[in-house]
Design a protein around this ligand. Structure first.
Ligand SMILES: NC(=O)c1ccc[n+]([C@@H]2O[C@H](COP(=O)([O-])OP(=O)(O)OC[C@H]3O[C@@H](n4cnc5c(N)ncnc54)[C@H](O)[C@@H]3O)[C@@H](O)[C@H]2O)c1
Length: 375
């Protein structure tokens, strides 16, 4: 076992949770020269070993074994939402910085505790989605800060499909507390809105659940019936502290799939953004008084999931904070929790947390560059 990396060395990474999304992460993380993926961990040891073998990761085992390694500096938490806080907290206690999949935790109070634990230990905590670092959303954000739509005022956003039990092999968690369309897909839309408009101030919402059970459609467990514990359609209104308002519709109830509808309207134009669940995609501009969309070019990295881990790892060596930060993850979590309360009782609900706005990535930021030197 090698010693913990020095200031200029690649950052040692362990992936905890080797399920569906670990494929995209492991493919990318093992291709970034500034990272060394050293360990794959899962409750299911066979699964951890398979993923390690598939992506050339030298060792596999339990999360506890990963945390005992001195050469692991950064834990990438890809477990299911109910396990996020426990895995993150254990990693922080072992002196590791953590990148966690969304949501940061199941509730705001736990999210606040995790941020405090990271702060106390002088460690970094980053939170998905890192699609906000992709070429599409970064370009759109840059264009808006340059004033291409004037002052941003309102947003109209929509994601609807029949539900992830149609493709995910173990979809139960996607219909439990910590998921549903609000907590599973909401982070993509709410993170980009927060990046553009700043912190939310209050929300109102209505929700719906058409069925109490669903059936797994694909994979070895196809035909399994499982319970639906959360609303599967949510319509929310969000007011931002700086004045803008947004409409957000998230649904696992629609036979008609529509993804990635995000239109931001400013005083002078509307900008149609790429799908916030993707790293690239088209940006279209429609200035007031014109009747055609103009397609605008995008610039930046579009490698996929893992960009946030890399940004955080480079920050660990260079002193920077993660752009897709735990602080932003906490604000998004609080916003979702407030939307959930509004669905339950019909009232407007306040959102109180704030976050420091992340600085934009340079369009030339290159994930494949070797900025940290191997020993
Ligand atoms: N599937 C996707 O397309 C997708 C996309 C983006 C983000 N995500 C997010 O990624 C996370 C994982 O999703 P998934 O689809 O890969 O789930 P999954 O069920 O396919 O995989 C989760 C894995 O985590 C393991 N695990 C659970 N608790 C653990 C613990 N305490 N310690 C170690 N391992 C543990 C499970 O054994 C399983 O192998 C979720 O937060 C989800 O929201 C998923």
């Amino acid at each position: 076992m090698t010693a913990r990396g020095g200031p200029g060395r690649p950052v040692g990474v362990a992936v905890v949770g080797c399920g569906t999304i670990s494929n995209e992460y492991l493919r990318n993380l093992t291709s970034f020269p500034d990272l060394r993926v050293l360990f794959c961990a899962d409750l299911d040891l066979e699964r951890a070993k398979e993923q390690a073998a598939k992506y050339g990761v030298p060792e596999a085992g339990t999360a506890a074994q990963a945390l005992r390694r001195p050469d692991v500096e950064l834990v990438v938490n890809l477990t299911i939402p109910a396990a996020h806080a426990g895995v993150t907290s254990a990693a922080l206690a072992a002196g590791k910085s953590v990148w966690t999949e969304k949501p940061l935790a199941l509730d705001t109070a736990t999210g606040q505790r995790l941020l405090a634990e990271a702060d106390r230990a002088g460690l970094r905590l980053g939170c998905a989605p890192d699609t906000v670092l992709g070429a599409g959303l970064q370009t759109a954000w840059r264009l808006m800060t340059e004033g291409v739509i004037g002052a941003p005022q309102t947003a109209l956003t929509l994601m609807q499909n029949p539900g992830p039990e149609r493709w995910h092999h173990d979809p139960e968690f996607l219909f439990q507390r910590g998921a549903g369309p609000l907590f599973d897909i909401g982070p993509y839309y709410l993170s980009v809105l927060a990046m553009i408009f700043g912190p939310a101030e209050r929300v109102a919402a209505a929700g719906h659940r058409s069925r109490d059970t669903r059936v797994i459609a694909r994979g070895p467990r196809a035909g399994t019936v499982f319970p639906v514990e959360v609303p599967t359609h949510v319509s929310a209104l969000i007011e931002y502290a700086q004045g803008p308002v947004a409409t957000l519709v998230l649904s696992f109830e629609s036979p008609l799939p529509r993804h990635g509808f995000v239109e931001i309207t400013g005083t002078e134009a509307t900008l149609a953004l790429p799908d916030p669940n993707r790293f690239d995609g088209e940006i279209r501009l429609r200035p007031t008084g014109t009747d055609e969309w103009q397609v605008l070019p995008t610039a930046g990295a579009a490698d996929g999931r893992g960009l946030g881990v890399l940004d955080m790892a480079r920050g660990m060596r260079g002193g920077g904070r993660p752009r897709a930060s735990g602080e932003l993850g906490l604000h998004v979590l609080e916003t979702m929790e407030a939307i959930g309360r509004s669905v339950a009782d019909g009232s407007f609900q306040p959102v109180r947390s704030a976050f420091s706005p992340p600085c934009a990535l340079d369009p030339g930021w290159d994930p494949k560059a070797r900025t940290l030197v191997s020993a």
